[in-house]
Structures are given as structure tokens and as C-alpha cells.
Design a protein around this ligand. Structure first.
Ligand SMILES: Cc1ncc(COP(=O)(O)O)c(C=O)c1O
Length: 394
């Protein structure tokens, strides 16, 4: 075959993995599967009011108003939403995006040269591999450690920093560990990053979801960092269970001069794409307000599923539920009888889908990751199948 015109930003191997193949095979045989990896809130049995998206049809949306950072009324609505959570950030420091994934891409364009490095927590969200690679940056891991609770291994941050590090990603609470960055950790990370000219990108998409009461208020407050450059990312996708609406945002904090310089540059980047639709911006305030009802249902679900998971796992001495403070996921440590991959493929045969720890770059086996979103009865049935499988295998 001759030379092909494709970038190495897209991986050469686009094949499906063994778990995805097992799922496809089972479904093609008509097998019903309980999906404990469900991450789409619009398919999790929550009640979405039938007129929820009516604000998208408002006549204001007919007139195109190109604004690099988004319409001021929408940015004010996001600022008011931060205020509702007790976070002060003015509308002129808010930039609208179509999603958090897009916000990452804009920030990598703002902060990096091709080949530069960004520090990414490990374990964490698998999409970071693609998000970094597609923008020609290298993801370098720093570690989260578990000792009855997750903490940031600050020495691993120091080891991972290099001349080429441009940004450090903090995911709070993290997917899938459910750990929030603590105030003390944030203080230290902010000092290290400011000193080294490294920006902090704080992914706070799950910031309002807690499995431990009080976890949200205890967590590190990224918008209060007064040094260096800090970006807080959020969006309707998780905060209102509306990934299909495509409205995200970033908010800036840090040293005044750096924030100003970042906004000047972001203006050019955002003006080049103008990716957020006018109807969604015109509807932002109403969507943020209506989203509260969906958020409440999600919060109730994840807290109840997490409690139930804790009870079920407690009854199986070979397994341990890792303490999670928030987010939509939970991690169960399981005995290493077979490899994680063999286990999750065997579980598909039992009719249940879970993620193996290695998808999230856990440093060792064996862990399974489950979503806390599925309806309670399905979740209970799925968890029972997983634990029964493990007990049988012992
Ligand atoms: C940590 C984290 N950040 C970002 C996203 C994606 O958010 P969005 O839909 O706004 O791109 C996800 C989705 O699962 C996530 O887990």
C-alpha cells in the first residue's frame, strides 16, 4: 500500500477491544445485558420534563450573534450558577464551549506547542489519551494513591514535571476514583504550578455530586487560587444531565495579568470556531434552572446505589469497595483470580457489563469500575451477578 495521508494524532489501531467484541457478540445473539458502565444520563430512567428543551425554540435564537466567549446573558447565567454553589467568578471570566472535551482542546491550543506535556492523574478518565493526542500533546501521569481514601501523590507530580510541562489536570471529583482534590493538595499544586509556569486545568464536571455527605464543601476551591493560571471546566452534560444539549464552559482564576493575557488569546481561538449555537446560549439561563430537577434525581440515584453497593460488597470478604466521595462511578477491588480482561469478558457471559480497572490506568490489577447511574433495581441485579461470579470463582 502507498503512503496514506493520515496524521498520527489518530491511533493507527482502530480495532475494538476484547470487551467491546464480547458485548457485540452477546447482543447479536439477542442476549439482554445489564450495563453497569452506563454513563448516558438520558438513558438511565430519570424524568426529563417534556418541555425541558422548549427554551431552545425561543425566537431570540433565530438571529445569529457571533460572540467569541458567548452571549453575555449566558455567561452571566453561568456566573450565577457558580454563585449558587458558593463560588465567585464574574461573567467576564467565563468562556462558553460546546462541551468539556472541546474546552480541553481549546486550552491545549492556548497553552501548548506540539510535543509539550500535560500532567494527567492516574487512575483517571480514559478519554484523556485521545484528547491529548488529538492536540499533539503528550499526557504524563501523576499518581493518586489509595490508603482508605485517595490522595494526590505530590512527589509523583514533582517527578512528572519537566521543561515541557504546560498544564496539570485535576479532576475533582475524579472519574472513576470519586476523589475530590483537597484544599491542602490544591494549595500545594497551585504553588508548584505557579512557580513553574504551569497552568492548572480543573475538570469539575461532577463537582456537585457527592457520595459522602459534606464532600463538596470540603473540597479545594479552584476559583479562589490567586496565583498562576487556573481553569475550571464544567457543563450541562453532567451538572444537569444534558449531554445532548452541548453547552459547557470554562472559568478563569489566578494572577490577574495571566488571566487577562489568557483571555486575549482565547478570544482569538474561540472566534475562529464560534462553536456554541445561538439557541443554546439564549436558552442557557433556563436550562441551568431546569437542570436542577435532573441533578437532584441523579444525586439521589448515585447516593442510593453507592450505599447499596457498599452493603453488598461488605458481605463478600474477598472484595473491597474503595471509598469514593463523589462523582458517578465506584471502584471495587476484586481478587486477582484471572486477569481483569478475562473477568469482565466472563461477566458478559453472565449478562453484566463492567469496566476493568486497566481502562482507567490503575497501576495494578484487579479492580472493576461500575457506574452509579443505572436504575436501582438493575444496579442491584448487576452487582449481585458480579459478586456471585467472584464468589463462585474463589
Ligand atoms: C472527567 C470527565 N470530564 C469530562 C467529561 C465529558 O464532558 P462533556 O460531555 O462536557 O464533554 C466526562 C464524561 O464522562 C468526564 O468523565
Amino acid at each position: 500500500m502507498g503512503r496514506r495521508p493520515f496524521s498520527s494524532r489518530v491511533p493507527a489501531d482502530l480495532g475494538v477491544n476484547r470487551l467491546a467484541r464480547a458485548i457485540q457478540d452477546a447482543r447479536s445473539r439477542g442476549r439482554q445485558l445489564i450495563d453497569l458502565t452506563l454513563s448516558n444520563p438520558t438513558r438511565a430512567g430519570f424524568v426529563y420534563p417534556s418541555d425541558l428543551l422548549a427554551p431552545l425554540g425561543h425566537p431570540r435564537g433565530v438571529t445569529y450573534q457571533p460572540e467569541p466567549f458567548g452571549l453575555l446573558e449566558a455567561r452571566r447565567a453561568v456566573s450565577a450558577d457558580y454563585a449558587r454553589r458558593g463560588v465567585t467568578v464574574s461573567a467576564d471570566r467565563i468562556v462558553l464551549t460546546s462541551s468539556t472535551s472541546e474546552a480541553y482542546s481549546l486550552l491545549f491550543k492556548l497553552l501548548t506547542e506540539p510535543g509539550d506535556e500535560v500532567l494527567v492523574p492516574r487512575p483517571s478518565y480514559p478519554l484523556f489519551d485521545h484528547l491529548t493526542q488529538l492536540d499533539a500533546v503528550t499526557a504524563r501521569p501523576y499518581d493518586l494513591e489509595y490508603h482508605d481514601g485517595w490522595t494526590v501523590d505530590l512527589s509523583s507530580v514533582d517527578r512528572a514535571l519537566s521543561e515541557r510541562t504546560r498544564a496539570l489536570l485535576v479532576v475533582s471529583p475524579n472519574n472513576p476514583t470519586g476523589s475530590f482534590v483537597s484544599r491542602q493538595e490544591l494549595k500545594q499544586l497551585a504553588a508548584t504550578c505557579a512557580e513553574r509556569g504551569v497552568a492548572i486545568i480543573a475538570d469539575e464536571v461532577f463537582a456537585e455530586y457527592q457520595t459522602r455527605p459534606g464532600a463538596c464543601v470540603d473540597s479545594g476551591r479552584t476559583m479562589e487560587v490567586g496565583e498562576g493560571l487556573v481553569f475550571s471546566l464544567g457543563g450541562l452534560s453532567k451538572s444537569a444531565g444534558l449531554p445532548q444539549v452541548k453547552l459547557g464552559w470554562m472559568a478563569l482564576a489566578g494572577a490577574e495579568s495571566l488571566v487577562g493575557a489568557a483571555l486575549e488569546r482565547l478570544e482569538l481561538i474561540c472566534d475562529t470556531y464560534l462553536s456554541v449555537s445561538t439557541p443554546v446560549q439564549a436558552a442557557a439561563a433556563e436550562l441551568l434552572a431546569c437542570g436542577a430537577a435532573i441533578r437532584k434525581q441523579i444525586q439521589t440515584r448515585i447516593a442510593s446505589n453507592y450505599r447499596m453497593l457498599a452493603e453488598r460488597v461488605e458481605a463478600v470478604p474477598a472484595c473491597t469497595l474503595l471509598a469514593a466521595d463523589g462523582g458517578w462511578y465506584a471502584v471495587v477491588q476484586v481478587p486477582s483470580i484471572d486477569s481483569e480482561e478475562d473477568l469482565v469478558v466472563a461477566l458478559v457471559d453472565d449478562g453484566v457489563v463492567v469496566h476493568p480497572g486497566y481502562f482507567f490506568d490503575f497501576p495494578r490489577e484487579s479492580y472493576v469500575v461500575v457506574s452509579l447511574l443505572p436504575p436501582e433495581h438493575e444496579f442491584a441485579e448487576g452487582v449481585t451477578s458480579v459478586l456471585r461470579h467472584i464468589e463462585r470463582a474463589l
